[in-house]
Design a protein around this ligand. Structure first.
Ligand code: HEC
Ligand code: HEC
Ligand code: HEC
Ligand code: HEC
Length: 150
């Protein structure tokens, strides 16, 4: 083999390593619908609402929220992460999809965990932005701002 060919081969192999290296870890879309499969099989029937579109990257970057404000471990302790790290989806732990009178305040109910995370932060943010009740402001808090009837 001539030198040029060997160089090309080395370059090709290096390229393969670089691409596979980039694929390690978890890819997460910049924006995705929150549409948890658990709701489809609940007794009460399918989701009441269309999926909420969630701007994951914007939240983590533009809004300056750390990963650990949303992602935590099995004890609810914030995780220290960087983009590309693996995380467990919320619904693997918050895996109760039947909201009843008895469990309506249980944080392990998926809906409560999502509202507890998303809405509570939005409220606080709007309060800091000047609305005393936190209902109005840049961050959505009313049902229809996040949900559209299915
Ligand atoms: C404002 C809240 C929030 C912030 C900030 C946030 N995430 Fe997420 N992330 C979510 C939600 C909600 C999901 C969807 C989980 C689900 O489907 O149950 C998600 C999904 C993911 C997933 C895909 C999980 C899977 O298996 O489908 C990864 C990976 C991830 N986040 C990593 C990160 C990292 C790393 C950071 C920080 C750089 C971060 N996230 C910041 C809320 C957030
Ligand atoms: C590994 C399991 C696990 C995962 C994954 C998980 N949680 Fe939790 N979460 C818990 C546990 C356990 C608690 C209760 C902690 C306690 O009793 O203090 C909790 C508590 C909470 C709370 C209440 C926190 C508070 O301060 O009162 C919210 C809100 C919440 N989780 C939202 C989420 C969201 C949103 C996601 C996904 C981005 C998520 N959780 C992923 C296990 C998990
Ligand atoms: C720790 C704080 C925090 C958490 C948690 C959080 N958000 Fe937000 N969110 C914000 C802030 C701040 C804004 C508005 C920023 C602005 O417009 O200045 C926002 C804006 C939004 C908007 C409107 C603008 C856009 O980017 O689409 C939607 C929709 C939204 N959030 C959905 C969600 C959902 C769904 C969750 C839960 C999975 C969530 N957010 C969790 C802080 C948070
Ligand atoms: C900040 C955004 C946000 C706001 C505001 C909000 N929700 Fe949600 N809600 C969510 C997210 C995210 C989920 C989880 C969806 C999924 O993963 O499938 C959810 C799930 C639900 C579910 C269970 C799924 C279904 O479709 O049956 C119900 C019911 C619900 N929300 C009702 C409400 C009501 C009623 C209000 C107003 C009091 C409200 N939500 C306000 C984000 C929001």
């Amino acid at each position: 083999m001539n030198k040029k060919l060997i160089m090309l081969l080395i370059a090709a192999i290096a390229a393969i390593f670089v691409t596979t290296g980039l694929q390690a870890g978890t890819e997460v879309d910049d924006t995705f619908p929150l549409q948890t499969p658990g709701y489809e099989s609940r007794k009460k029937g399918e989701p009441q609402f269309k999926p909420v579109t969630f701007t994951h990257k914007k939240h983590a970057e533009d809004y300056g929220i750390t990963c650990g404000e949303c992602h935590h471990d099995e004890n609810g302790e914030p995780l220290e992460l960087t983009m590309g790290d693996d995380v467990q989806p919320c619904y693997e732990c918050h895996n109760i999809f039947e909201k009843t009178k008895e469990n309506r305040r249980d944080i392990m109910v998926h809906e409560n965990a999502m509202h507890g995370n998303c809405r509570e932060c939005h409220k606080e943010f709007n309060i800091a932005a000047g609305d005393p009740k936190g209902r109005k402001g840049p961050a959505p808090t009313s049902c229809t701002q996040c949900h559209e009837k299915a």
